[in-house]
Design a protein around this ligand. Sequence first.
Ligand SMILES: Nc1nc2c(ncn2[C@@H]2O[C@H](COP(=O)(O)OP(=O)(O)OP(=O)(O)O)[C@@H](O)[C@H]2O)c(=O)[nH]1
Ligand SMILES: [Mg+2]
Length: 300
Amino acid sequence: MTEPQSRAGFVGVIGAPNAGKSTLVNALVGQKVAIVSPKAQTTRSRLMGIAIEGATQILLVDTPGIFAPRRRLDRAMVAAAWTGAEDADLTLLVIDAAAGVNAEADRIIRSLGGRQHSLFLALNKIDLVRKEALLALSSTLTERLNPMKVFMLSATTGDGVADLKGALAEAMPSGPWLYPGDELSDATDRMIAAELTREQIVNQLHQELPYATAVETETWEDRSDGSTAIRQQILVERDSQKAIVIGKGGRRLKAIGAAARAEIAEHLGRPVHLLLHVKVNPGWDEDRELYRQIGLEWAD
Ligand SMILES: Nc1nc2c(ncn2[C@@H]2O[C@H](COP(=O)(O)OP(=O)(O)OP(=O)(O)O)[C@@H](O)[C@H]2O)c(=O)[nH]1
Ligand SMILES: [Mg+2]
């Protein structure tokens, strides 16, 4: 019997904020590698999830869903999104089928038109839409974008995800695997731990969430008793925001810490001691060094 030929390639996953890109990357990888929230603009930097299908390694580049930049942080996120798509063998455009072609999706579709690309279109959240509406959306977008393939799926129920994974694998170029077979992402544990804490901040603070919040892992100690002690700093821009994150009597910060600790412990497969503290740093989003730490290129 001959070995099936190995394949490996990059897929740039792009789409409007909240379309479900990170949820879909997690579903394709089969494990949580990217954080997810009901709020727009959850993903900040490019993150790669690695999915295996037979003899194929699919390197999924999850990107921030922001395309109308106002602040420097936004500009860095847009740059990260387009670089993720342009460096890839294939672009996977994720559309929230329940939201349809909103202003952000429209902006992306227009930008894509002018670029050379192999394109797959994924209509996500089909668990929320009626079939007729879905078919109408599919035909409008097929006409506008002329994608190689169209998929209708739900990243949360998993419906249609296996079909997409199989087709992505077939579209990848032949060649050796680019990462070890047991690796699920290109993020370090320190970065993932910081992201898991940020996920709790985003999910627990809802409307009051200060836009410019960042989490940095400061110290990390793997102890001889098998546990890991982690210290993280939450950066906000103003004292009033610090008060929101800490909450009455420190309750909010405690809840964020407890939930993040459980998530990080699950990710690492060992007990975790998590120490969080909040620091006011006006203009942290103008701090070059911090951009490097959260995986973003400085955008002028
Ligand atoms: N009902 C339903 N909800 C979904 C589906 N896929 C994602 N969601 C939800 O949509 C919200 C946004 O998901 P994310 O994966 O964070 O979206 P994203 O495109 O990565 O968003 P940004 O990183 O902000 O650009 C979350 O609340 C998800 O649970 C789906 O197939 N069906
Ligand atoms: Mg995301």
